[in-house]
Design a protein around this ligand. Structure first.
Ligand code: TRH
Length: 392
């Protein structure tokens, strides 16, 4: 574990993070990762308010969904039982993070306003690679009624944004990863040889999946598919003519062999991405982890009303494909769009650029790391906002 950084605000800064689980795992996925990192790498005293402990339990089995308050990985976890609840004792932190514009309790805001030294109040936004993000990142917004100011913290993929989360020990852990043991332990077989293409598939329901599975089945070289149990499992089961495709199941058709995996605690999710040759990921957190895995990936973006997600998809593509040949850039654009509902996926057309994608995946991870990691950028933002108050 890394040594906590020395911040001008002291090592034991108290931070409250509020997280409302909208759906799936991404909201708590990002908050839990951030909470652990602020605790482990910055030495902050972190309290995480979460409204859905059942979902949290999937990412962190140590979390007991029946408890009002508990601790895991050095983070205090409060069951945010109802919108008004903010802990039995209104103990206002130095830093208050509301994740993804969730509404923090009114009583808590009123107590923030009464606090002698006002907390640094941050709204952590969803990740977007769009250009406008840099203009809005860290912009302040005064509260309409209280003497409080909130700032908007935008994760992003380009300079001038908050970046994305990356733990200090992540690259070292990836380099030390023992793939052979992983295959025996997680899949119960020896690691496939280099003639096979290993694909991980973490996605929402997707009409393009049948065509893709058929292409892998009918292809000339073997494909080994690893499917964490979830929203796409039903479609994989139907393809193989089975009632379900639950953890532990395996199936084979033509050149395609598929294995279903159980859901693992969050720190172990990366291993799947490290072992595969290409990763299908979704939402926000797995999308980020795929980038740190330095492997080619395909993003199933979280669909929004009125196709509001499509500019985000194109913005991510613009970053990620920079420097690729025209042919490779067009192929990845076509494939990502097909995976997100526009057109039919053509695996051969896409994967013939494999070597170029692999080289770009490594270069891109270096470029992305150049923005700095989100937790570090957030700590610097908090320091900057606290400094004038300390001097005053
Ligand atoms: O689950 P997601 O689709 O999450 C979301 C939410 O839908 C959210 O509302 C939306 O706004 C956001 O996306 C953009 O995908 P995501 O973000 O990749 O989160 C999945 C988390 O699950 C991630 O932290 C990795 C974790 N995970 C495990 O911990 N173990 C596993 O075995 C697997 C498959 C995933």
């Amino acid at each position: 574990m890394s040594t906590p950084s020395t911040s001008i605000t002291g090592p034991e800064l108290a931070c409250d993070i509020f997280c409302a689980v909208v759906d799936n795992f991404g909201d708590i996925g990002v908050c839990w990762r951030l909470a652990r990192q602020l605790r482990a790498e910055h030495g902050w005293r972190v309290r995480l308010f979460v409204d859905d402990l059942e979902v949290f339990h999937a990412l962190c089995p140590a979390v007991d969904a029946s408890l009002a308050r508990q601790e895991a990985a050095g983070v205090v976890i409060e069951h945010w039982r109802e919108p008004a609840h903010a802990g039995d004792v209104l103990d206002i932190a130095d830093v208050v993070i509301e994740a993804f514009a969730c509404e923090i309790p009114h009583a808590y805001i009123a107590a923030m306003a009464r606090r002698e030294r006002k907390p640094v109040w941050v709204n952590l936004e969803y990740l977007s690679g769009e250009d406008w993000v840099a203009d809005f990142h860290t912009r302040p917004s005064p509260h309409p009624r209280y003497p409080l100011e909130k700032s908007f913290f935008f994760p992003g993929l380009g300079p001038g944004t908050g970046g994305v989360l990356k733990e200090r020990g992540l690259d070292a852990a990836r380099e030390q990863f023992d793939a052979a043991s992983w295959w025996r332990e997680r899949v119960g077989i020896e690691r496939p040889d280099a003639a096979s293409t290993v694909v991980s598939l973490f996605a929402y329901e997707n009409p393009a999946v049948d065509a893709l599975l058929a292409q892998w089945r009918d292809g000339a070289s073997p494909v080994v598919l690893l499917v964490p149990e979830g929203r796409i499992s039903g479609a994989v089961a139907r393809f193989f003519g089975r009632p379900n495709f639950a953890a532990g199941a395996s199936a084979r058709a033509g050149a395609l062999t598929a294995h279903a995996l159980g859901f693992v605690e969050q720190p172990r999710f990366d291993e799947l991405l490290w072992t595969a040759d290409i990763n299908f990921v979704r939402g926000e957190d797995s999308f980020v982890r795929a980038q740190w895995a330095r492997k080619p990936f395909v993003w199933h973006i979280y669909p929004q009303a009125d196709d509001a997600h499509l500019p985000k998809l194109d913005a991510a593509l613009a970053h990620y494909t920079r420097g690729l040949s025209h042919a490779a850039r067009d192929a990845i654009g076509r494939f990502w769009h097909a995976w997100n509902g526009a057109g039919a996926p053509d695996w051969a057309d896409f994967w013939r650029h494999r070597r170029e994608f692999e080289a770009r995946a490594s270069r891109w991870a270096d470029e992305l790391a150049g923005i700095g990691d989100l937790a570090g950028n957030l700590a610097a933002h908090v320091d900057a906002r606290m400094a004038p108050r300390l001097i005053a």
